[in-house]
Ligand binder design. Structure first.
Ligand code: FES
Length: 166
């Protein structure tokens, strides 16, 4: 039985521009799928919390922290009904024995992200120039309230630092 041939595509001719674009799209899609799966699985913490609930969220190994304040980022997924959203938090952590001090980097003025300046032992907010001392107390206005301090604990069975999220 003779093979059917596309009259627009002569056999033995080089691939058309359309075929090349289609093949390129398929290869790009496969490459994106192959790289996105590992990124998602390492980036999203395997923790879900429901709206209105309080949950202890693991943020990292307790051994990673010491007496000097250190910036740290963690994430978790918040479930609200059928909606899930990725929550990313940046905090500044110090440790004294089994006690952890975890300060939010959300400015108490209008919520911008403050920066921990370790060499000057202070927090600086780039939005309006506000500053906080190393304990998170406001020192340069406009902020007039301290940075939020999160409830924190060491999970003895996992060795993870956990913070209470609501
Ligand atoms: S938001 Fe930080 S000083 Fe205004």
């Amino acid at each position: 039985m003779p093979r059917e041939e596309d009259p627009k595509e002569p056999s033995g001719s080089p691939p058309s521009r359309r075929q090349l674009l289609l093949a390129g799209g398929v290869v790009s899609g496969l490459a994106a799928a192959a790289t996105s799966v590992p990124l998602i699985s390492t980036f999203v913490a395997p923790v879900l919390s429901s709206a209105g609930d309080e949950s202890w969220i693991p943020v990292g190994p307790g051994d990673a922290f010491g007496p000097d304040r250190k910036e740290h980022t963690y994430s978790f997924v918040r479930k609200e009904g059928f909606h899930e959203s990725l929550q990313v938090r940046r905090v500044v952590v110090s440790r004294n024995g089994d006690e952890f001090d975890v300060l939010s980097t959300k400015c108490s003025h209008l919520g911008c992200g403050v920066v921990w300046k370790a060499d000057e032992k202070k927090f600086f907010c780039p939005c309006h120039g506000g500053e906080f001392d190393s304990e998170g107390n406001p020192t340069v206005p406009p902020p007039d309230k301290p940075l939020k301090r999160l409830d924190a604990r060491l999970n003895a069975s996992t060795g993870q630092l956990e913070v209470l999220e609501s």
